[in-house]
Design a protein around this ligand. Structure first.
Ligand code: NAD
Length: 396
């Protein structure tokens, strides 16, 4: 079929297999050009098909030579529907990893469920024995609690009072004022249950009980802080509460893993264009301004540069990672530099529909968003027929 982007709100409902493959191979190429990392040998990545999780899988294999198991929740193609981008990314990753002679297995299903945890454990036992790195990179709007069956939903809302700020429609470049009403106590509870640390802890407990965590294992989850202007909607809002819980869970896991000389960290990462971050009100405009300033200063990084730096300099750099006062790794350090944020603030006050292109990287944001789904990738002829029915070798 000929595949074109189709949108429902900020979600793209189609994906291009060759474009996704090219994007994955671009990330692989970046890692192959860097120094090798003396790191993990067998890695489990939960949330491995897009964004930070996919970058973690690529750095594990092509930077460290590690075997990987990637868990994600993606949809294969059927009839006239393409697969999701994460499906095509996973197929492309496996193909490249296998060509490089490294084991790569993928599990597609609900990571919050006991069944997927048990399936993953059985696969580790059969193929790797134990894992020495577990990355938790899930981003999900909902969770079915595995023990109570409760359907939980996460919301992106402020707490205590409503929040009004500028928001951009990155398809049209239109900036409008947006007001988000505060969350209820129940919405806060459910958001913590979806995006907090309970499921990460359930994974580590299940893996530990099955004795598939190697001596000296490291586990890592990702979080975000960001600038004061997004705090009401993000860090001091519902998702921020969930991130507080995730970060507290790292401390619990650190104490638990000490018995096997293990380590548990949260890394605070940079704001980037991913399917999840596009859904957060106000954030796309912030990211567009941030990208422009960081590119102008030669400080810009994408997922792959962030995760390579995290592995090479912090986790597997040979010395202890640099931690902030709350025990977190801060690879958001370039984003949070004082002069970068001062420039964002200055532009934020004046940005409008007329000067958006001059002040921000809205064009870069839009392009990267399309590229998440395999579109607008150089070298791909989008007028050509493409086979949308792509298999993931370890699943089919
Ligand atoms: P993403 O949307 O690109 O990836 C989410 C992954 O989770 C995908 O692999 C998806 O398949 C998987 N997933 C979702 N629900 C699942 C389920 N029920 N079962 C199995 N897999 C499931 O997200 P991302 O932006 O890379 O975010 C990953 C983590 O990084 C999150 O914790 C996020 O808060 C954090 N982070 C993101 C940013 C950013 O700007 N994007 C910045 C800092 C930290």
């Amino acid at each position: 079929m000929i595949i074109k982007p189709k949108f429902r709100g900020f979600i793209c409902t189609t994906a291009h297999p060759e474009g996704c493959q090219a994007q994955v191979e671009e990330q692989i190429r970046y890692v192959l050009e860097q120094n090798k990392i003396s790191g993990p040998k067998n890695v489990l990545i939960i949330g491995a098909s897009t964004g930070y999780g996919l970058a973690s899988r690529i750095v594990s294999t092509f930077g460290c030579g590690a075997n990987t198991i990637g868990v994600s929740f993606e949809r294969p193609s059927s009839g006239k529907r393409t697969a999701t981008a994460g499906w095509y990314n996973t197929a492309a990753f496996e193909k490249n990893a296998r060509q490089a002679g490294v084991k790569a297995y993928s599990i597609n299903g609900d990571a919050f469920s006991d069944e997927i945890k048990q399936e993953t454990i059985a696969l580790i036992q059969a193929e790797m024995g134990q894992v020495d790195l577990v990355i938790y990179s899930l981003a999900s709007p909902k969770r079915t609690h595995p023990h109570t069956g409760e359907q939980l939903n996460s919301v992106l809302k402020p707490i205590g009072q409503s929040y009004t700020n500028k928001n951009v429609d990155f398809h049209t470049g239109e900036i409008k004022s947006l007001t988000v009403e505060p969350a209820t106590e129940e919405e806060i509870r459910q958001t913590i249950a979806v995006m907090g640390g309970e499921d990460w802890q359930m994974w580590i407990d299940a893996l530990d009980q099955a004795d598939v965590l190697a001596e000296g294992v490291t586990t890592l989850a990702y979080s975000y802080i960001g600038p004061a202007l997004t705090h009401p909607i993000y860090r001091e809002g519902t998702v921020g509460r969930a991130k507080d819980h995730l970060e507290e869970t790292a401390q619990i896991l650190q104490r638990k893993l000490e018995a096997k000389q293990g380590r548990a960290f949260v890394s605070i990462n940079k704001a980037l264009v991913t399917q999840s971050s596009a859904a957060i009100p106000v954030v796309p405009l912030y990211v567009s301004l941030l990208y422009r300033i960081m590119k102008e200063e030669g400080l810009h990084e994408g997922c792959i540069e962030q995760i390579y730096r995290l592995f090479a300099e912090e986790i597997f750099g040979g010395s202890l990672p640099h931690l902030d006062a709350k025990g977190r790794i801060r690879i958001d350090n370039l984003e949070m530099r004082e002069h970068v944020q001062a420039e964002v603030d200055k532009r934020w006050d004046t940005v409008n529909d007329q000067n958006l292109i001059a002040l921000s990287d809205i064009e870069g944001y839009r392009k990267e968003f399309f590229q998440l789904f395999g579109f607008e990738v150089a070298g791909i002829d989008y007028e050509q027929e493409t086979n949308a029915d792509v298999a993931i070798p370890s699943i089919d």
